[in-house]
Design a protein around this ligand. Structure first.
Ligand code: DAH
Length: 348
């Protein structure tokens, strides 16, 4: 039978042990482990004291139990207090560590923008899609027939000199104009036809306003009763959307083998409103594209009844449109990929 005095000593020793050990604890996890070593109901030292109960003489049992309970309550309170305090400090440290300075300047993320030519293509498609045009993309390698002959420009025609051609072979060439696409469309589709055809074209030409490779956007409408007024109506809408409200077009007689009559289209100067300035060279007008009523011979080459149907066509130079709209004076700016220049043009 254990001596009662010995047990009282035990209780005092455990209390001292807890007190000494607790002083050294500096985090809640250590408190948890330390607490377990005393208060775990099976392995804990205080739990062991409880188990001694059965060996205590009956008359002393109540006092012993009371003493052990007091120790237990004291220890539980001590550990709970420590736990609260340490957890508070730990949270504070964590907040400090994870603190975000909302006044810090944000890390800059670079955003790109579309190439000016792509922007122009998208704007043009947007304008003409609104009028019911569909997009047809042709091929850059064409044969002589589609690029010239079917467009009423046979082998010995003087108009071939207007377009210095890159020939790949006697038959194949790099298309000099998106007009070649007109023939493919008319061969494959019966009127009504309303297409827009953007793409690259190639000519042996190179100076500050010409490049051997450049972009065009062809437009073709074939239906009954198509006239020059339809053409001008569409182009007026186009210049208002691209060059600004209040601009309008004028048609001047011109010559293209595939249109009759052919016109050169000018837009009223959007810089000076028509009074005359450097951009319009004092004339109030800026030449923007070629167009006309599709030559009957071209319709017939594609098997379209030229008595029943008529057509209008136009060809817009993409670089020229971009240069005029964004004030670019050298076409090379559009091909050099110099971000300092290209980033300035973001025309959403
Ligand atoms: N293909 C012509 C050129 O490249 C532009 C052109 C003029 C296209 C009149 C047309 C048109 O469709 O009707 O110079």
């Amino acid at each position: 039978m254990p001596e009662t005095n010995k047990l009282a000593e035990n209780i005092a020793a455990i209390r001292q042990k807890i007190q000494d050990g607790a002083e050294k604890l500096d985090n809640s996890k250590a408190v948890y482990e330390f607490k377990k070593s005393f208060l775990d109901s099976k392995a804990g030292e205080i739990g062991q004291l409880m188990k001694e109960m059965k060996n205590i003489p009956k008359e002393q049992r109540a006092d012993y139990g009371k003493a052990v309970n007091e120790l237990k309550e004291w220890a539980v309170q001590l550990f709970d207090d420590m736990d609260v305090k340490l957890k508070e400090a730990e949270l504070k440290r964590r907040y400090e560590k994870e603190k975000i300075d909302v006044t810090m300047p944000a890390v800059e993320t670079e955003t790109g923008n579309l190439h000016p030519i792509t922007q122009i293509i998208e704007q043009l498609i947007d304008v003409f899609a609104g009028m019911g045009f569909e997009v047809y993309e042709g091929t850059e390698v064409e044969n002589d027939y589609y690029n010239f002959t079917a467009l009423n420009t046979p082998q010995d025609h003087p108009a071939r000199d207007m377009q210095d051609t890159f020939y790949l072979s006697p038959e194949f060439l790099l298309r000099t104009q998106t007009s070649a696409g007109q023939i493919h469309v008319m061969e494959n589709k019966k009127p009504p036809i309303k297409i827009l055809s953007p793409g690259r074209v190639f000519r042996s030409d190179d100076d500050s306003t010409h490049s051997p490779m450049f972009g065009q956007m062809e437009g073709l409408v074939v239906d009954e009763h198509i006239t020059l007024s339809d053409l001008q109506g569409m182009l007026d809408l186009f210049v208002q959307k691209i060059y600004g409200e209040g601009t309008y077009t004028r048609l001047r007689p011109s010559y293209f083998p595939f249109t009759e009559p052919s016109v050169e289209v000018d837009v009223s100067c959007f810089e000076c409103g028509g009074k005359g300035c450097r951009l319009c060279k004092g004339t109030g007008w800026i030449e923007i594209l070629g167009a006309g009523i599709v030559n009957k011979k071209v319709l017939e080459n594609c098997g379209i009844d030229s008595e029943k149907y008529s057509g209008l066509a136009f060809g817009i130079g993409l670089e020229r449109t971009a240069m005029l709209k964004y004030g670019i004076n050298n076409i090379k700016t559009l091909f050099e990929s110099d971000l300092r220049a290209l980033k300035q043009i973001d025309d959403k």
